[in-house]
Design a protein around this ligand. Structure first.
Ligand SMILES: [Zn+2]
Length: 325
């Protein structure tokens, strides 16, 4: 671990105000200078300490609440492994500095031991230890990029992974192509009474509500995207967008950027296309609706849940307290 990486991890750990989000707890040293070593995977397959993170259909083997990270000697080297980084925490079975390599099983899920099971990132993200959650998020995100960026956007030739799997190169025109992430804003809008604006998507069950969200468009700032998306989806004009935190959401390639903003007026009008219903909720109304199961909101791993609870002042399972903001 370099000192800079240690400092970076410490800086991220202290980030307010949304705190530690389930998919944003990665701690690995991604080794951006090490991963460009020309014989990288020869070296890594020669070091018995190297561990393999397996992915098959975006799922990874899981045992007793932990990811199964196999010793490299047990895994045949595939054509295109990806270097995920080295660990910075020492665990019971793995010292800090262990190199982790992603091996993807494209067509068949390999057989597992009797006490192991395949698990998806959404199901595992909240419960895994931070180090493993971060490696799983990184693995799914880079795997999704490779799966959808197989050809050169300039000339259409198949490209080949280089630099530990973090760049794809076109052999015809030598152009280099880097992993992409799609920024999306997600926002809690409040009115003068500090009620929260929630929308129900046309694609969801009728009683499910969440914060408004949408992709940032080319040439647009995050703040402008907040104002535009809220106005498009709810008819509400907002001001003072304030950043609260972010987490990767690799389903398939989003980075969710959480904001809060204030409504300039209080009369929402759903767009009728993406959003079927949009309403103001007081803390008491939201608590009662959830308790009586007339409403549902986003699950634990999503930044939407964290944003709603940030406004609410605590876990949604608990009654709102008068002392909360
Ligand atoms: Zn090309």
């Amino acid at each position: 671990m370099t000192q800079a990486v240690g400092m970076q991890a410490a800086a991220i750990a202290s980030l307010p105000p949304l705190g530690s989000l389930p998919l944003a707890r990665g701690t690995a040293d991604r080794g951006s200078t090490f991963r460009i070593t020309p014989d990288l995977f020869d070296q890594l397959w020669d070091q018995p300490e190297t561990r393999i993170l397996h992915l098959a259909r975006r799922r990874s083997p899981f045992r007793n609440g932990r990811l199964v990270l196999s010793p490299v000697a047990e895994v045949e080297r595939p054509e295109n492994p990806v270097y995920l980084g080295s660990t910075v925490e020492t665990t019971a079975d793995m010292p800090a500095g262990t190199h982790i390599v992603l091996v993807e099983h494209e067509d068949v899920q390999p057989a597992l031991a009797a006490d192991e099971d395949w698990i998806g990132l959404r199901d595992a993200a909240s419960d895994l230890p931070a180090q493993e959650s971060g490696l799983f998020v990184e693995a799914v995100a880079i795997s999704n990029w490779h799966a959808t960026h197989t050809h050169c956007p300039r000339c259409g030739q198949p490209t080949e992974p280089i630099d530990g799997g973090w760049v794809r190169r076109c052999p015809a025109d030598e152009s280099l192509h880097y992993p992409r992430t799609d920024p999306a804003i997600i926002v809690t809008v409040t009115d003068e009474e500090d009620r929260l604006l929630l929308g129900s998507s046309a694609a969801w069950p009728q009683n499910r509500f969440s914060t408004l969200a949408g992709f940032v468009e080319p040439g647009e700032s995050l703040e402008a995207a907040v104002v535009r998306e809220v106005e498009e989806e709810s008819g509400i004009v907002v001001h003072s967008p304030t950043y609260l935190g972010s987490q990767p959401w690799p389903f398939p390639a989003s980075l969710m950027l959480g904001f809060t903003a204030k409504a300039a007026h209080a009369r929402p009008v759903p767009d009728g296309v993406e959003i079927r219903d949009v309403r103001w909720f007081s803390r008491e109304e939201l608590f009662a609706g959830l308790k009586e199961e007339r409403l549902s909101v986003a699950s634990g791993a999503s930044i939407a849940r964290a944003l709603i609870e940030h406004w609410y002042g605590g876990p949604l399972e608990e009654e709102p307290s008068a002392g909360r903001p």
